[in-house]
Design a protein around this ligand. Structure first.
Ligand SMILES: [Zn+2]
Ligand SMILES: [Zn+2]
Length: 289
């Protein structure tokens, strides 16, 4: 294993416990136990495990039922919904190649998400939203239909809505306004600028910052973090993706949260304990656990 592929070292522990508000343990190497023990050793005592398709959402719910430190979010990812409707001959998704199922197949999958969303260990509905980066124009209708349905499911079950917004800020905000956002709405891997942060703040939307807030080219993201109300700020790994600097490109995991928290505290000009305390309380409030 070259150092480029090696897991980054354990950071100095945070003295105030925090939560990783968005991770994908099922896409990381090692067992769930190993990931949780390593995370807890550095002060990351809670994780939200996010499902992206039916299989992943079922697994998230099962894992959350098994471990007190794990809460689940369930959904069809914005790039998954068009695959269900339009088919996926290349099997890009983890469920493999599949025939076009049309809107009926999407409705069937949404009914299963609805069923999972009712479970007490499921605290969030997501990640849902819009992804104009990976999904082309042919998939927009399915993506929007799926997003609107997830909003409705979150509201009906009183769960947090976890939003994936990739190059779709205006459309995500518009659809939230049209449907009426759930009481607790989280922009996962927040990617807007300071201006959008003001809009999110006005609506009480939580902004969850991932490792990319540490990237050299991410000044607009740091500007957004600088103006976001402290009580709406969360942190996440989105691991195995978006590993923070100086480990960018290497495999991510919840135990790397302290690296991102420290970079965020520097942006805010506050002590890491102060930020960690706010994030801990914010995450518990956002997901109601
Ligand atoms: Zn996402
Ligand atoms: Zn994710």
């Amino acid at each position: 294993m070259s150092s480029k592929d090696a897991p980054p070292p354990l950071p100095e522990p945070l003295l105030v416990p925090v939560a990783d508000s968005h991770t994908h343990l099922d896409m990381q190497s090692g067992t769930v136990e190993e990931a949780l023990v390593k995370a807890a050793a550095v002060g990351v005592t809670t994780v939200v495990q996010v499902g992206c398709d039916l299989k992943g959402s079922r697994w998230a719910a099962e894992t959350a039922a098994q471990y007190d430190q794990v809460h689940a979010a369930v959904a069809l990812h914005p790039n998954e919904a068009p695959r269900i409707v339009l088919g996926d001959p290349d099997g890009w998704s983890r469920q493999g190649a599949r025939e076009a199922g049309g809107d009926a197949a999407l409705d069937e999958a949404l009914a299963e998400i609805d069923r999972l969303a009712a479970l007490p260990e499921v605290k969030g509905v997501g990640e849902t939203g819009l992804d104009h980066f990976r999904t082309g124009p042919e998939g927009v209708a399915a993506q929007e239909r799926s997003f609107r349905a997830h909003i409705e499911i979150a509201k009906r079950h009183g769960k947090a809505l976890v939003i994936h917004d990739r190059e779709a800020h205006a459309d995500v905000l518009r659809i939230l306004a049209e449907e009426g956002a759930p009481e607790r709405t989280v922009f996962h891997c927040y990617s807007g600028d300071a201006e959008m942060a003001e809009i999110c703040a006005a609506h009480g939307y939580y902004m969850s910052f991932a490792g990319n807030v540490t990237f050299k080219n991410a000044q607009p993201l740091r500007d957004a973090l600088a103006v976001a109300p402290l009580e709406l700020v969360l942190v996440e790994t989105d691991a195995p993706f978006l590993t923070p600097a100086p480990y960018r490109g290497r495999p991510g995991a919840p135990y790397l949260i302290p690296v991102t928290v420290r970079a965020m505290a520097a942006v805010r000009g506050i002590h890491e304990d102060t930020l960690a305390e706010a994030i801990g309380a914010n995450t518990a409030r956002a997901f109601d656990y």
